[in-house]
Design a protein around this ligand. Structure first.
Ligand code: MEV
Length: 422
């Protein structure tokens, strides 16, 4: 029989039934099914409530980044990531940053933007003004959607309205500015925007299409600063190298993309560990990096009057502690406890500091020995395991592979044989 992916009712099936279907479609062995269904801290039942059509969970290593001093407070930072070197690099950079007192971070509050798109208007500019006249009414209607948020001190705060001149005519874009407190806030602001739409249509005679948050969360910024003494950096030449790397990223989007990827290595690892939405953070960061019209680096690196290195990072940080997967995934709850953060903005501040540290670590290595030596020694360990090494032999084989600059499985097997004979 022809294979088909058109299987009705998959979502209503239990785990066993779903697995049978996937097994026969993809010819899975029993062992592979066991791998899929091996339960970790996130059990099937919980996972099945988080998303649709669940057949298993996937695990990632969680490593702790050490040495972080942020606004005078000590943090251990859980990072969930598949890439070697990231956790060690963040810890190293955080150690250097202690030479200047660690990281100093502020934020602009947990403030999200919801967009409402209004079209079919002949007088968009007058409509814009008429909507401003109803600002208080708009805020009241929005806040009536979420009395809980209001009782916690959050809620809709302001209204911003623009006219966009588009190929389909003028559009009036209404921004509802909402303080979402400890929630990432997507649900809260989307509910408000959807509730407002019929009123806006009635008042203006226009037609509302989209009602959704903006991931360019430019009112929810985290701002980080750090200083590393030239001694801690290993000399003024390294400071200069980092300033050159910065200038390269400012002049060239090809480099800026990689520069920012390094920042996101740190940022996203903490976002995953704490159960937050990685795509929201990526979308916000990269759009913010392009806000001038040219995509550029999210950080700055300069040399101060004494030759020390000073760095900054500014980026949107829409993360929450309540209302999302953070509270559902038991591992995320423990990650939040390890961090010891008391609010969503504090979590955002920590993530910002990790981003700046990660960038510093990358630029320091790039401006000096290059990334391959570090990567290769970790890679060599994996190759040693693939060749069959166990226990102490892993280190020994890996060391030889790196010394010989032949990090390959065939060579690893030869070395392993030699060592075993000994
Ligand atoms: C690798 O994951 C990240 C780096 O490429 C970042 C950078 O180039 O700045 C090392």
């Amino acid at each position: 029989m022809e294979k088909t992916s058109r299987i009705s009712g998959f979502h209503k099936m239990g785990l066993e039934e779903r697995l049978k279907i996937v097994q026969s479609f993809s010819d899975l062995k029993e062992e592979e099914l066991r791998t899929l269904t091996k339960e970790g801290a996130l059990n099937f039942e919980t996972a099945n409530r988080m998303i649709e059509n669940v057949i298993g969970t996937i695990q990632l290593p969680i490593g702790i980044a050490m040495n972080f001093l942020i606004n005078g407070k000590e943090y251990l930072i859980p990072m969930a990531i598949e890439e070697p070197s990231v956790v060690a690099a963040a810890s190293n950079a955080a150690r250097f940053a202690r030479s200047g007192g660690g990281f100093f971070v502020t934020n602009t509050g947990p403030v999200m933007i919801a967009q409402i798109q209004l079209v079919h208007l002949s007088d968009a500019h007058a409509t814009r003004m008429a909507l401003f006249e109803r600002k208080e009414e708009i805020l009241e209607l929005a806040n009536a959607q979420d009395p809980m948020l209001v009782s916690l001190g959050g809620g809709a705060r302001d209204v911003e309205i623009r006219v966009l001149n588009t190929p389909l005519g003028d559009m009036v874009i209404i921004h509802l500015i909402v303080d979402t407190r400890d929630a990432m806030g997507a649900n809260a602001v989307n509910t408000m925007a959807e509730a407002l739409a019929p009123f806006i249509e009635e008042w203006t005679g226009g037609r509302v299409y989209l009602r959704i948050l903006s991931n360019l969360a430019e009112k929810r910024l985290v701002r980080v600063r750090t200083k590393i003494t030239k001694e801690a950096m290993g000399g003024e030449d390294i400071v200069d190298g980092i300033v050159y790397a910065q200038t390269f990223a400012e002049a060239d989007p090809y480099r800026a993309a990689t520069h920012n990827k390094g920042i996101m290595n740190g940022v996203i690892a903490v976002v995953i560990a704490t159960g937050n939405d990685t795509r929201a953070i990526e979308a916000g960061a990269h759009t913010y990096a392009a806000r001038s019209g040219q995509y550029g680096p999210l950080t700055t690196w300069e040399k101060d009057g004494e030759g020390n290195l000073v760095g900054t990072l500014e980026l949107p940080m829409a993360v929450g502690l309540v209302g999302g997967a953070t509270k559902v995934n038991p591992v995320s709850q423990v990650a939040v406890k390890i961090l010891g953060v008391k609010s969503a903005v504090e979590l955002g501040e920590v993530i910002g500091a990790v981003g700046l540290a990660q960038n510093l670590a990358a630029l320091r290595v790039l401006a000096t020995e290059g990334v391959q030596r570090g990567h290769m020694s970790l890679h060599a360990k994996n190759i040693a395991v693939m060749a069959g090494a166990t226990g102490a032999l892993i280190e020994e084989v890996a060391k030889r592979l790196v010394e010989e600059k032949k990090v390959r499985v065939d060579r690893a097997k030869e070395i392993l044989e030699e060592l075993k004979k000994k």
